[in-house]
Design a binder for this molecule. Structure first.
Ligand code: GLU
Length: 261
């Protein structure tokens, strides 16, 4: 059997917090136990929120925690051609369509139901655009994202999703297509991530099926919560590893607190 491949894939939109540390340490432990490899991927396709200083801090904080990954880390913003190639394949098979609606316009025409990530179900305006017209608009440089055509792909496992956006406006956030493309390109066999992302997994499996990519094993761990029971968030700077370190915590303290060692 080939070696298992795990990955930790943070977005550099803030300093790593205890929840991220838990995820990284769990991947590290599982990779070691399986005599597998651990990769690090920086998910910085959302150019409005990603910052180089947060990426540097991720490397530093993980090394401080004692997590070791295979160098070099893959930085998603350097690989948009890979995501675009898969988007082109999906469009050719009619599984996705470009959407030119602004957020405001999409919201104005939204359905009352919502995707598991909280986005309202898209009303479908751009689904009806003839391909020639859509191609013309793309060639002209009109900003667009890509939506999955759920009526076309007919996938029972994603029944709760509407025409979800799998890649946003030009090179903006492209989370779903990027994560699926990279897991396959990097040969990832085990995806270990928080329960907050679990609702997206059927969508990821659908994209894998459409693109003929292998589907990794998924495991979604419980989230670490703050004293009030709220989910931690990088963008809220809650309990960042840096802050805990500045207050005197050692890496061993945090590992123990999270149940490792
Ligand atoms: N980049 C995502 C995050 O920071 C994680 C993606 C994943 O593990 O699939 O929440």
């Amino acid at each position: 059997m080939s070696q298992p491949v795990f990955r930790f894939a943070p977005s550099p939109n803030g300093f790593l917090h205890l929840g991220n540390a838990y995820s990284a340490l769990l991947n590290d432990r599982m990779a070691r136990a399986a005599e597998g490899r651990l990769l690090l991927r920086i998910e910085d396709t959302d150019e409005t929120r990603s910052r180089a200083e947060f990426m540097e801090a991720i490397f530093e904080d993980l090394a401080w925690l004692g997590v070791s990954w295979e160098e070099p880390a893959r930085v998603q913003s350097e690989h948009f051609v890979d995501y675009e190639a898969n988007l082109a394949r999906l469009w050719d098979m009619g599984a996705i369509y470009p959407c030119f609606c602004s957020r405001k316009k999409a919201q104005a025409h939204a359905l009352p139901s919502r995707d598991p990530d909280g986005q309202p179900h898209y009303g479908g305006t751009c689904r009806a655009l003839p391909r020639a017209e859509a191609e013309q608009r793309i060639a002209r440089g009109d900003a667009h994202g890509w939506r999955i055509d759920m009526a076309h792909v007919r996938d029972p496992a994603t029944i709760v999703w509407g025409d979800a956006m799998i890649a946003k406006r030009l090179v903006g956030s492209s989370y779903h297509i990027a994560v699926v493309t990279d897991d396959a390109l990097q040969g990832v066999t085990h995806v270990v991530r928080g329960k907050d992302i679990e609702p997206a997994t059927p969508l990821h499996r659908l994209l894998q099926r459409l693109l003929g990519l292998p589907s990794p094993v998924y495991f979604h761990h419980d989230l670490i919560r703050d004293a009030e029971g709220h989910k931690l968030s990088k963008s809220l700077a809650s309990t960042s590893l840096r802050q805990l370190r500045a207050e005197g915590a050692t890496a061993d303290d945090l590992r123990r607190r999270l149940g490792f060692d």
